[in-house]
Design a protein. Structure first.
Length: 282
């Protein structure tokens, strides 16, 4: 059997933790351990975790001082005994066949490094999260893989782990680049087997534009060699996709060319008049 270590960092998410752990205990694949990493949480994470440890000895409760999600994941992995690693956030859910189906892919193809599935958002938003097909070049421009994906512990050990200089976010993207810049393939199972909770307040949606720009720069600094050797397609970047998905872009595409040209003519005419007026005042 191939043992899977499921790493569940938890900070102030005890209200959702039971639902997450129930999705683990219901797995069709049985050879797993689940390490619940209490990252110095101020809520009742310990009590919830210990209830599951009493139910099933495959659950393991670990406590550490607060250090952020990268630190918590690394801590859990360092204490794990499995051959494979599955990060699972403490408010998300996996389908009962997730472990069985993702492991089957990794076991059958040694060239595949990461296996993930289609994703359904739930909570504040209830719709599928559309993820692009993952390539290394595309990953350089934007993240294409959610945090909950199965990989070999041996491949993790060839990296520095989840980089703790990404404390504000995007640590998953940074980690996948660390994994894939050494070669290997990624595979997406074409089934919705992962359920990603959307909340009003979360770490991801609280990142400011300035922090996001800082994190993008940090990813470049963490992977300077990779970026120096490749040029990713700008059309794969966050910025390009934000424009293409915008309301203004879609409206602009529907405007007929003759109307665009008329607008351009009127705009240039007004600008010329304005410039002539300003020039005459000098």
């Amino acid at each position: 059997m191939n043992k899977i270590s499921i790493i569940v960092p938890c900070y102030n998410q005890a209200q959702y933790l039971s639902e997450t752990l129930e999705s683990v205990i219901s797995q069709t694949y049985q050879d797993w351990e689940c390490l619940i990493v209490d990252d110095g949480s101020p809520d009742n994470t310990k009590e919830v975790a210990e209830e599951f440890c009493k139910k099933d000895n495959r659950f393991i409760y670990l406590y550490k001082e607060n250090g952020g999600i990268s630190s918590a994941r690394n801590f859990g992995i360092q204490h794990s005994s499995g051959d494979y690693i599955l990060p699972l956030d403490s408010d998300d859910i996996i389908d009962r066949t997730f472990l069985e189906k993702t492991l089957q892919v990794l076991v059958s193809d040694s060239e595949i490094k990461v296996v993930y599935t289609r994703v359904m958002q739930f909570g504040l938003i209830n719709q599928e999260l559309k993820l692009p097909i993952c390539t290394l070049e595309r990953m350089m421009g934007r993240n294409c893989i959610v945090c909950t994906a199965l990989y070999r512990k041996g491949d993790y050990e060839k990296t520095i782990g989840y980089n703790e200089n990404m404390a504000l976010g995007l640590e998953d993207w940074d980690f996948w680049l660390s994994m894939l810049e050494q070669g290997g393939k990624v595979y997406q199972i074409p089934e919705v087997l992962f359920f990603y909770r959307i909340k009003t307040l979360s770490r991801n949606n609280s990142i400011t534009d300035e922090q996001f720009d800082y994190l993008r720069k940090q990813i470049w600094l963490n992977h300077r060699k990779l970026y120096s050797e490749h040029f990713f397609n700008p059309k794969e970047s966050f910025e390009y996709n934000a424009i293409v998905d915008s309301f203004e872009y879609h409206v602009g595409k529907k405007v007929p060319n003759w109307l665009k040209k008329m607008y351009e003519y009127i705009y240039n005419w007004v600008v010329n008049i304005f410039n002539d007026v300003n020039f005459s005042r000098k």
